[in-house]
Design a binder for this molecule. Structure first.
Ligand code: PEP
Ligand code: MG
Length: 568
């Protein structure tokens, strides 16, 4: 049995498929027989062309023309005479095929990623993909297409990046296992959105499993059993059925009002990454979208989405949720959210670096397009703008200035928009928490991003397994910060919501009710469970628990006490 962190609840049994998009390690060799080395390269190239063409055909049938074109482009790029000549030259000079392919692709990646032109920069990502796939073919490693894995697959990876997970067909994936990533890493958030059980941060995972091995996963407690015997397999299948049945039972909470035990109404929204997920929020009776992570629009693309594309996506989300509020977070790039075609430099401390609103205010052209798209979409619905990673009031000032400028532009062009569109702030840094009183005077609403607030308050990388023991919203420092933010927002008369994962933690519900949180925004699959948990607590009961918790000194103590108090 291997222990990790429960990243997405549920149980699954299946066969391992290992996936990786890292450049494989190979041995650099001088070759004497250059002719047979050339033949070896040609064989790998033919296989690459054949596989890619077949994948493109399949994609055309099942997903659509646009994605297929990307793959067809890969065949064209590798067939380019100049590229071929460069590879041949190196092999003829005695380099091994792996080395020749790696060097030539790296040369193109470097060249393309340094240009100003966005389309050319995007080629760098494509060539990077080609490099990995041909090297795998040369080394006889499996090349897995994630959207094509068979039914009953357990995906195993060092870490799942959002772009890797984009193609998952959820019916075929029984579970996800990773060696890295915490509860609030983006792979965990995606796994939860797809309702796939996941265990993350499993130490030495990649040394312990191999493709084809059977594995049973417990995403609730965070462990997995390798090569389970028949008895264990039956036990896990049973647990899976019970878990699914308990989710069915929660359905009585669908389309009910969200009220505390003593009848106080709070708002319960859903978090989404794609416009289509808004329908899912509605299906579970969510009352709006509390966080639309727009970076997925940028990540699932090979170039910057245009104003029109963004406008349609935002309008689509609003129409799917039938006119209820939609809080759209502007581009939150950087940290663990890489968008390869932006060609951002690797940084020493990406979580403390050039990201989110910092990036957007420097790359104003990109930001203006997004804000214009948001304003245009606001003509049709209650769309609200939310700014991530704010650390000082100047950032909010500048965003508001830009919004006003763009309103003027639209006015002149005769394009409609919501005149009193709200501009709110994510409170997810200790700096924002410290100046919550100042920000509250100028922001239309707050939404607490506990995933980052915990990371920055505790100074722990949210995906680093070694320091995961410190990463907890039960830490007294994090709880004090949350309490203060809610109090300052309420004092200023603005709505305070929470869209970090802590909003869906049933143990924290009494504290959030007691502090006066007005809006909970959780993943669509957590809507019913959160509504059920909120309905169990009266303000008086919640205050008692909160008073006790706020006098405690350790996260462990807090967690244990909250578990004792939990009402099921
Ligand atoms: C957060 O930080 O709590 C949050 C909701 O944003 P993300 O997880 O996308 O960083
Ligand atoms: Mg965040």
């Amino acid at each position: 049995m291997l222990q990790g962190i429960g990243g997405s609840a549920g149980y699954g049994v299946g066969k391992v498929v290992m996936i990786s998009n890292e450049v494989p390690v190979y041995e650099k060799k001088q070759v004497m027989d250059t002719e047979s080395e050339m033949a070896r390269f040609q064989k790998a190239l033919d296989a690459f062309v054949e596989n890619t063409t077949a994948m493109a055909e399949k994609m055309k049938r099942e997903v659509g023309e646009q994605n297929a074109q990307i793959l067809e482009g890969h065949v064209m790029m590798i067939s380019d005479p100049f590229m071929q000549e460069e590879i041949h030259k190196r092999i003829e000079a005695g380099e091994c095929a792996e080395c020749a392919v790696d060097e030539v692709c790296t040369m193109f990646v470097d060249m393309f990623s340094q240009t100003e032109d966005e389309l050319t920069r995007q080629r760098a990502t494509d060539i990077g993909d080609i490099r990995v796939r041909i090297l795998k073919l040369l080394l006889g490693l499996e090349d897995v297409n994630i959207s094509d894995v068979p039914y009953g697959t357990i995906l195993v990876a060092k870490d799942l990046t959002p772009s890797m997970t984009a193609g998952i067909v959820k019916e075929n994936v029984a579970g996800i296992l990773t060696q890295m990533g915490g509860k609030t890493s983006h792979s965990a958030i995606l796994a939860r959105a797809l309702e796939i059980p996941a265990v993350l941060s499993v130490e030495n995972l990649l040394q312990s499993v191999r493709s084809g091995m059977m594995v049973a996963i417990d995403g609730c407690e965070g462990y997995c059993v390798l090569e389970p015997d028949q008895e264990t397999t039956i036990e896990y299948e049973k647990k899976r059925e019970e878990y699914l049945a308990s989710r069915e039972e929660l359905k009585v909470y669908a389309h009910k009002e969200t009220v505390t035990g003593d009848g106080k109404r709070v708002e319960l929204f859903g978090n989404i990454g794609k416009p289509q997920e808004a329908a899912k929020v509605l299906e579970f009776g969510g009352e709006g979208i509390g966080l639309f992570r727009t970076e997925f629009l940028f990540m699932d693309n090979t170039k910057l989405p245009t104003e029109e594309e963004q406008f349609l996506a935002y309008k689509e989300a609003a129409s799917q949720i039938k006119g209820k509020p939609v809080i759209i977070r502007t581009l939150d790039v950087g940290g663990d959210k890489d968008i390869p075609y932006l060609g951002l430099e690797k940084e020493e401390n990406p979580f403390l670096g050039y990201r989110a609103v910092r990036f957007c205010l420097k790359e104003e052209n990109i930001y203006r397009i997004q804000l214009r798209a948001l304003l245009r979409a606001s003509a049709f619905s209650d769309i609200r703008i939310m700014v991530p990673l704010v650390t000082c009031t100047e950032e909010l000032h500048r965003v508001k200035e830009l919004v006003e400028e763009l309103k003027g532009e639209l006015e002149q062009e005769g394009i409609s928009y919501k005149k009193d569109i709200q501009v709110g702030v994510m409170i997810e840094t200790p700096a924002a928490s410290e100046i919550a009183d100042l920000l509250a005077k100028e922001a239309d609403f707050f939404s607490i991003g506990t995933n980052d607030l915990t990371q920055y308050t505790m100074a722990v990388d949210r995906g680093n397994a070694k320091v995961a023991y410190l990463y907890s919203p039960y830490q007294p420092s994090v709880l004090r910060s949350i309490k203060r933010i809610i109090e300052e927002g309420n004092k200023a008369g603005i709505t305070v919501g929470m869209c970090g994962e802590a909003a869906a933690d049933p143990l924290l519900i009494p504290l959030l009710i007691s502090f006066g949180l007005g809006e909970f925004s959780v993943s669509p699959t957590s809507v019913l469970q959160t509504r059920a948990a909120i309905s169990k607590w009266t303000k008086e009961q919640a205050d008692k628990v909160a008073d006790k918790v706020m006098s405690m000194t350790t996260a462990k103590e807090v967690e244990m006490y909250l578990k004792e108090q939990s009402i099921s």
